[in-house]
Design a protein around this ligand. Structure first.
Ligand code: GDP
Length: 211
C-alpha cells in the first residue's frame, strides 16, 4: 500500500493538454521534452490509471472525448516531460481489418519520436495478453525503448492470486520484476511505484540525451 504515508515521487505541479495527433504524418508537439507513452487495449484501465497517476479526475476525460479516442493525446507535466496517451487498441467488437488500424499511427509515433524516454504498457492482470498486446510488446522490444508493464485491476483478485498471476505473466513474457508494476486504480496500490518508474525513465533519458 504505497499510498499510505510514503513521499510522492511525482508531485504534479502543472498539467497541460497540448493537443492530439490523428495521423502518423499529422501534427505532433515539438520534441523539446522527454516523452513517456501509455499503451494498452481498450478497457484495460488506462484512463483510470492515468487519473490516479496525476491525481486529476478530469484528466483522462480529454482522451475519452468523442473524436479524441483514436488520437494520441499529449499532456505536458510540470514543464518537464510529455505524457502521451495512445489510443486504446484491439477493441473486441471491431472487425479484424479495422483492428489493425492502430498500428500505423502508434508504431509511426513511437518509431519517429527521438525524445521517447519510455513506454508504460498496460495489461489486465486477469487476462491473457491478446495478439495485439503481444504485437505491441514485440514492437517495443524491436525499437529497444525502455518498457514498464503495469498490471491493472489487481483489486479484482485475491492478493495471493494476484501475486501468482503477476509471476506467470512475468515468466511468459520474459519480463523482470523491476519492469512489472501491479496496479489498482481503486486502492491506489502501485501508484507511487509507477510514478517513481516514470521519473526514472525521464531522468535516464535526460542523462543519455535523445535516442
Ligand atoms: P480504458 O478504456 O483503458 O481507458 O479503461 P477505463 O479506465 O475506462 O476502465 C475500463 C473499466 O475498468 C471501467 O469500468 C473501470 O471502472 C474499470 N477499472 C479500471 N481500472 C480498474 C481497477 O484498477 N480496478 C477495478 N476494479 N476496475 C477498474
Amino acid at each position: 500500500m504505497d499510498e499510505a504515508g510514503s513521499p510522492d515521487p511525482l508531485v504534479i505541479r502543472s498539467l497541460e493538454f497540448i493537443g492530439g495527433m490523428a495521423a502518423a504524418d499529422g501534427w505532433r508537439p515539438p520534441t523539446d521534452f522527454p516523452e513517456v507513452a501509455f499503451a494498452g487495449r481498450s478497457n484495460v484501465g488506462k484512463s483510470s490509471l492515468l487519473n490516479r497517476l496525476v491525481r486529476r479526475k478530469a484528466f483522462a476525460r480529454v482522451s475519452k472525448t468523442p473524436g479524441r479516442t483514436r488520437e494520441i493525446n499529449f499532456f505536458k507535466v510540470n514543464d518537464r516531460f510529455i505524457l502521451s496517451d495512445l489510443p486504446g487498441y484491439g477493441y473486441a467488437k471491431i472487425s479484424k481489418e479495422k483492428k489493425a488500424d492502430w498500428r500505423p499511427l502508434i508504431e509511426g509515433y513511437l518509431k519517429r519520436t527521438p525524445t521517447l524516454a519510455g513506454v508504460v504498457q498496460l495489461l489486465d492482470i486477469r487476462r491473457e495478453p491478446t495478439e495485439d498486446d503481444l504485437a505491441m510488446l514485440d514492437f517495443l522490444a524491436e525499437i529497444e525503448v525502455p518498457t514498464v508493464i503495469a498490471l491493472t485491476k489487481i483489486d479484482k483478485l485475491a492478493r495471493h492470486v494476484a501475486a501468482e498471476r503477476a509471476d506467470e505473466i512475468m515468466k511468459s513474457l520474459s519480463l523482470t520484476r523491476e519492469q512489472t508494476i501491479p496496479f489498482s486504480a481503486i486502492s491506489g496500490e502501485g501508484r507511487n511505484e509507477l510514478a517513481a518508474a516514470l521519473v526514472s525513465l525521464v531522468e535516464e533519458s535526460a542523462a543519455s540525451g535523445s535516442r
